[in-house]
Design a protein around this ligand. Structure first.
Ligand code: B12
Ligand code: SF4
Ligand code: SF4
Length: 311
């Protein structure tokens, strides 16, 4: 399947669909280094209870789609200029969860893109993923030139900082690849120094078991570990500390033009008291079509109470 001519057309289509960045990566090289790093991360138990991170498909994209030749990688900017109030009575919700569920937004656009790619010729195949597939989204984004995997574990783009969600379309088309992105953290260590739970155990490596984002979103136990609970600093849903301190975000964040990412008004400054007592009904009302539905009402109450007890 040779469609060298289509790369520019595909990129234009992505921009027309509202993606802010697009790049292409080829599946012609081994994945050995990234695979080994992922394995080392798993061997250390850094996935905590996310057993699905050990799915072997994540190590080799060809096990997911044997005929894949190229990835069309996209990024979408979700930053809005709203700021959280600093007073300790407020609960902090991270930016990824302020507006409508990003999975819904990306999947809708990626489906249109994948259908369009397929319609370009007989025998063309295309499958899409964003976050939920057994794929290393960040590794492919870096290879496609979207940005670099930074010391805080996020992909940073020059244009938008790290406030971008990532997705990709896998296809059997042989497309013209972009150059992989170079690394621009330099000697900076701000994110590592700012992390209150020392979750960035070495540059580029995040131990989920120490990360506030993991414990507030994924940990389903009744009680949070003491070392996390005592360092929450107001966070009840994810954590943005290592992104907030990043000079790239401070200089290059730009407001998104997607209305769906505008925050639900109640997500900017909820109080710890209201969330510690939130009813299941109220939770259901507040978080309609929100990525925060992953944080069940009892987890949200647990997170808010842990902040109250430890403040
Ligand atoms: C598991 C997961 C988590 C876990 C683990 C985080 C992590 N950094 O791995 C938890 C629950 C903690 C988490 C939190 C968050 N997540 Co998350 N998460 C994922 C998921 C599902 C897999 C990531 C993964 O593969 N981790 C495994 C490790 C081994 O991979 P890695 O971090 O890419 O590691 C590579 C490098 O570190 C490098 N490396 C390792 N060692 C070394 C050593 C050297 C010397 C070098 C140079 C490199 C290097 O190699 C590794 C493998 O190639 C992805 C979606 C996806 N399918 O990819 C989203 C994803 C990474 N998450 C995302 C987001 C938004 C977040 C949060 C910001 C949400 C929030 N505000 O709370 C936080 C950020 C926390 C942080 N500092 O990383 C976005 C990130 C977007 C972006 N711009 O990068 C993603 C890509 C989802 C998406 N499609 O948009 N997440
Ligand atoms: S998200 Fe928060 S807890 Fe996790 S590594 Fe970043 S600063 Fe540390
Ligand atoms: S704070 Fe510094 S080291 Fe951390 S991700 Fe940003 S530039 Fe890289």
């Amino acid at each position: 399947m040779n469609a060298l001519i289509n790369s520019n057309l595909i990129k234009q289509k992505c921009l027309d669909l509202g993606f802010n960045k697009v790049g292409i990566a080829l599946v012609n090289q081994g994945n050995d280094e990234e695979s080994q790093r992922l394995q080392a991360w798993l061997d250390r138990g850094y996935q905590a209870d996310m057993g699905w991170m050990a799915n072997p498909k994540r190590q080799d994209i060809r096990t997911l789609m044997p005929e894949v030749k190229s990835l069309i990688c996209v990024a979408i900017n979700y930053y809005t200029p709203h700021q959280r109030p600093e007073s300790p009575e407020y609960a902090k919700i991270s930016r990824y969860g302020w507006g409508r569920d990003y999975h819904k937004i990306l999947h809708k656009k990626l489906k249109v893109l994948a259908d369009w790619v397929r319609s370009q010729g007989e025998g063309i195949e295309a499958r899409y993923y964003a976050d939920t597939g057994p794929i290393q989204d960040k590794v492919w984004a870096q290879r496609a030139g979207i940005g670099w995997i930074a010391k805080n574990g996020n992909v940073i783009s020059r244009e938008y900082g790290s406030w971008v969600f990532l997705g990709e379309v896998l296809t059997n088309l042989e497309l013209v690849p972009d150059a992989g992105h170079t690394q621009h953290c330099g000697t900076c260590t701000r994110c590592i120094d700012a992390c209150p739970t020392e979750a960035i155990t070495q540059p580029f490596v995040v131990n989920a078991d120490r990360c506030i984002a993991y414990h507030t979103i994924e940990n389903r136990s009744e009680k949070l570990p003491d070392k996390i609970a005592s360092n929450l600093q107001g966070w009840v849903a994810g954590c943005d500390i290592c992104q907030d301190v990043c000079p790239w975000n401070q200089r290059f964040a730009k407001p998104t033009d997607l209305a769906e990412f505008e925050p639900y008004p109640e997500n900017i400054a909820p109080t710890l008291t209201e969330l510690a007592e939130i009813s299941d009904e109220e939770w259901n009302r507040r978080f309609t079509a929100s990525a925060l539905r992953r944080i069940k009402p009892e987890m949200l109450r647990r997170n808010a109470k842990a902040n109250q007890i430890n403040s």
